[in-house]
Design a protein around this ligand. Structure first.
Ligand SMILES: NC(=O)c1ccc[n+]([C@@H]2O[C@H](COP(=O)([O-])OP(=O)(O)OC[C@H]3O[C@@H](n4cnc5c(N)ncnc54)[C@H](O)[C@@H]3O)[C@@H](O)[C@H]2O)c1
Ligand SMILES: O=c1ccn([C@@H]2O[C@H](COP(=O)(O)OP(=O)(O)O[C@H]3O[C@H](CO)[C@@H](O)[C@H](O)[C@H]3O)[C@@H](O)[C@H]2O)c(=O)[nH]1
Length: 330
């Protein structure tokens, strides 16, 4: 297939481009480089610089490249920023999706893969893995914008003739094994890269946000998934969608929960280095426990994560030691 990867210069999009090319697909990347980097784009992919809100530009891309399917990664993704700029988030993450869907309709492209998030579930009050049918109740504008986009995609299915696969990612981490791409050094806030930065002396210490959660060791439990496993799910997803032409929503996680303290001890074991840690107060808006049930993706896509927590920590560490590019931002 020839796949248009929107947001393919970003963290998850660039890894998916690598997996698509490794699986024999052709790729056109469309990205406005607001947080992406051209150095993250595989050299065999065609790159077009443009914005999803620019319908004229999108029409030209569809006209020129004969696209079979669209994977849409482009979004604004920083939760605290979304609280300060809700309208900007809805403009990019909902209106932008609407423009893209209209361009697809006009170009008669009928397969759409969408990046959603566990943030659509909000603060689930449960300690069992979350299935796709769980209640969706976002607690911030970012999560609400992704849920609104999911609904818009659903409403467009019949009138626009677009079948979709929605993937709700849990906590994404790690870097490609070849060392050419990874999470950009200037966008680090998540726990695994933050812990590695503390080990490498790129920050003084890791601050653990809260030790009084309702979990065994008092720190939050999350479900970590390697970015290459996530990328592979997208390849399986687009191939399955082309075969069945049936719209579906899948959680992408490992079904395993690890606490923040587990991350620290596993990092110390894997890297044989101490992690300088300070225990601080809670950060606003963190649920105690967020773990995916990935049974549906396993049963229907044959997708099983291959990489464990140690590989996520180690591949991110190796990348962070010698990153090939930094966040540019436009
Ligand atoms: N990183 C995570 O932990 C995580 C978790 C759950 C869901 N997601 C979702 O995955 C997707 C990708 O996230 P990421 O971590 O790779 O983010 P990222 O910021 O690294 O990548 C986003 C890419 O989209 C581009 N972009 C943004 N707005 C654009 C626009 N209007 N037009 C064209 N290009 C635009 C950026 O330049 C960047 O290259 C997002 O949709 C995000 O909501 C990410
Ligand atoms: O310096 C740090 C960074 C994080 N944490 C904790 O580590 C856990 C994980 O946090 P983080 O890595 O920031 O991820 P989440 O807040 O769980 O959110 C990510 O994972 C969600 C899905 O589970 C996605 O929806 C979000 O977009 C994505 O940012 C939380 O308990 C944090 O409080 C720390 O203690 N110290």
């Amino acid at each position: 297939m020839r796949v248009l990867v929107v947001g393919g210069a970003g963290y998850i999009g660039s890894h998916t481009v690598y997996e698509l090319i490794r699986s024999g697909h052709e790729v056109v990347v469309y990205d406005n480089l607001s947080t992406g980097n051209t150095k993250a784009i595989h050299r065999e992919a065609t790159f077009v610089e443009g914005d999803i809100r620019d319908k004229i530009m999108l029409d030209a891309v569809f006209e020129e490249h004969g696209i079979d399917a669209v994977m849409h990664f482009a979004a604004k993704i920083v939760v605290p920023e979304s609280v300060e700029q809700p309208a900007e988030y809805f403009e990019n993450n909902v209106y932008g999706v609407g423009v893209l869907l209209q361009a697809m309709r006009d170009a008669k492209v009928d397969k759409f893969i969408f990046s959603s998030t566990a943030a659509v579930y909000g603060m689930p009050n449960q300690s069992v893995p979350i299935t796709e049918d769980a209640e969706t109740k976002p607690i911030n504008p970012y999560g609400e914008s992704k849920l609104s986009a999911e609904k818009l995609i659903g409403w467009c299915e019949a009138p626009y003739g677009i079948k979709y696969t929605i993937f709700r990612y849990f906590n994404v981490a790690g870097a490609d094994g070849e060392g050419q791409i990874g999470l950009s050094p200037k966008t680090v806030s998540h726990i695994i890269p933050s812990t590695n930065e503390a080990v490498l002396g790129l920050r003084d210490k890791l601050i653990v946000f809260g030790t009084d959660y309702n979990t065994e060791d008092g720190t939050c439990i999350r479900d970590y998934i390697h970015v290459t496993d996530l990328a592979r799910a997208h390849v399986l997803g687009v191939e399955k969608l082309a075969e069945t032409m049936t719209s579906k929503t899948y959680n992408l996680g490992s079904s395993n929960g690890f606490s923040v303290k587990d991350i620290v001890t596993t990092t110390e074991e894997v890297l044989a280095e101490p992690v300088p840690v300070e225990y601080g107060p809670r950060r606003a808006g963190d649920p105690d426990y967020l773990v995916a049930s990935n049974k549906r993706a396993e049963a229907e896509l044959g997708w099983v994560p291959e990489y464990d927590l140690a590989s996520m920590i180690e591949s991110d560490y190796n990348w962070r030691k010698a990153p090939k590019y930094e966040y540019e931002g436009k």
